[in-house]
Ligand binder design. Structure first.
Ligand SMILES: *Cc1c(COP(=O)(O)O)cnc(C)c1O
Length: 425
């Protein structure tokens, strides 16, 4: 890939002029520097930028509330009562699921707990959970407290797939080896799609197949994968997945998250779960106290608990429409591979001994993020980069994460970022 790249500024400009998705940048509000120029926003892995269309959709629902009050549940263009239906199909397209397999609800960690309530049913012999290290702390807390909730000890029940010696990422063969080694005792394999810290993406299909062969339930946290890499959850046979929508999905702070439940489970109304009225058959839902028996919807909707937060679902609708307009993950991922490979090429050309990219080099083993480990004075480097007008983020003790995204970043921004780092010699 990198053989055709060049360090010339004109080359970056040329890549932008050839980019069929370049006009999508105009659909977003770009945060500005003090001098009024846009920041180089490489923090879409933390909070994606606001689609301009979000404001109109939020305003529409505020107006509906003002004008109609309770009647807006049923009487508007997109009735509140079925508002989650409006985001179902575009979400299913992004995760490669059937519409009945996805539901947008709650936030990520809450959804992880809800999925575990159904799928982590430890027995005397099968009670272990395999996850990767380092995992996002919220996932670690959720999984550990799930284990404790069942009266078990994480020291016995939690298996961690760790990076190899002198390595930063987990070797794919080590994951499969751990599944095989603990096969008889593993209840759940719970992995990230893309690791938040290293940017490493995991082979979801392979992990799923290895686990399911041994009758182990497999779930994925797609916080850093959705809207970043192509997904085919249904075909890959994943049991369940959860994600948030405020990172690469650009749906706003604390946006409504999502969950995937494979068809073979989604339609099974006998599965145990933590329930609420919006998971109940809509035909009897409003008989309220007359229907004390919970009858789950025979789809992922059966895990929905409460009525949806309309004001935070409106930006999700706006954002998903942008993904559809761009043609979905295929063209976006094609650009993303070019953008991140170009960034990697520039960092390699700089050849500094002061930092190392710890993200895998193969484009099928990562998403758009590169994690740069600074060997000396990492906070100083971060300060320099930020002073030069770059928004990126820092993970203790010494990793700067940069995530050029195909919807609103340009090749010229990547080139400028390379120049800023080159000056730090
Ligand atoms: C961002 C992120 C979270 C955040 O969880 P919330 O419940 O949305 O606050 C959790 N897990 C992973 C892996 C993340 O990347």
């Amino acid at each position: 890939m990198s053989v055709n790249f060049s360090t010339d500024e004109d080359f970056a400009r040329q890549l932008d002029s050839e980019d069929p998705l370049c006009h999508f940048r105009e659909k977003f509000y770009l945060p500005l520097r003090k001098d009024g120029e846009p920041l180089i926003y490489f923090a879409g892995n933390s909070l994606g930028l606001m689609p301009r269309s979000a404001r109109e959709l939020v305003d529409e629902e505020l107006d509906n509330w003002a004008k109609l009050g309770v009647d807006a549940h049923l009487a508007t263009r997109t009735p509140w009562y079925t508002y989650h239906e409006a985001v179902r199909k575009p979400t299913a397209r992004l995760v490669g699921g059937k519409p009945l397999e996805v539901i947008c609800m709650n936030s990520l960690t809450v959804n992880l707990h809800l999925m575990m309530a159904t799928f982590y049913r430890p027995t005397q012999s099968r009670f272990k959970i395999l996850m990767e290290e380092p995992a996002f702390p919220s996932d670690t807390y959720a999984i550990k407290t799930q284990i404790v909730h069942h009266g078990l000890n994480p020291r016995d029940a939690l298996i961690l797939a760790r990076p190899g010696k002198n390595d930063f990422t987990v070797r794919p063969e080590d994951i499969i080896d751990l599944i095989d080694k603990h096969a008889d005792q593993l209840a759940v394999v719970m992995f990230a799609g893309v690791n938040f810290f290293t940017g490493q993406s995991f082979d979801i299909e392979k992990i799923t197949s290895a686990a399911r062969k041994r009758d182990i339930v497999v779930g994925f946290d797609l916080a850093h994968a959705i809207g970043n890499v192509p997904l085919s959850l249904h075909d890959w046979n994943v049991d369940f997945a959860v994600w948030c929508s405020y990172k690469y999905l650009n749906s706003g702070p604390g946006a409504v998250a999502g969950a995937f439940v494979h068809e073979r489970h989604a339609a099974n109304t006998k599965l145990p779960r933590l329930a609420g009225w919006f998971g109940n058959d809509p035909n009897t839902r409003f008989r309220l106290h007359l229907e004390p028996e919970f009858v789950p919807v025979a789809s992922a909707d059966g895990w929905q608990i409460s009525n949806p937060p309309i004001l935070s679902m409106a930006p999700l609708r706006a954002s998903l429409a942008v993904f559809d307009e761009a043609g979905g993950m295929e063209p976006l991922h094609a650009k993303s591979i070019r953008l991140t490979s170009y960034l990697e090429f520039l960092l390699t050309e700089i050849g500094s001994k002061k930092f190392t990219v710890i993200t895998p080099r193969e484009s099928n083993a990562r998403g758009c993020q590169l994690s740069i480990l600074a060997h000396e004075h990492p906070k100083e480097l971060l300060r320099e980069v930020e002073t030069a007008g770059v928004k990126c983020d820092f993970r203790e003790p010494n990793v700067i994460r940069v995530a050029p995204t195909p919807l609103y970043n340009t090749f010229h921004e990547v080139w400028r970022f390379g120049r800023i780092l080159a000056q730090h010699q």
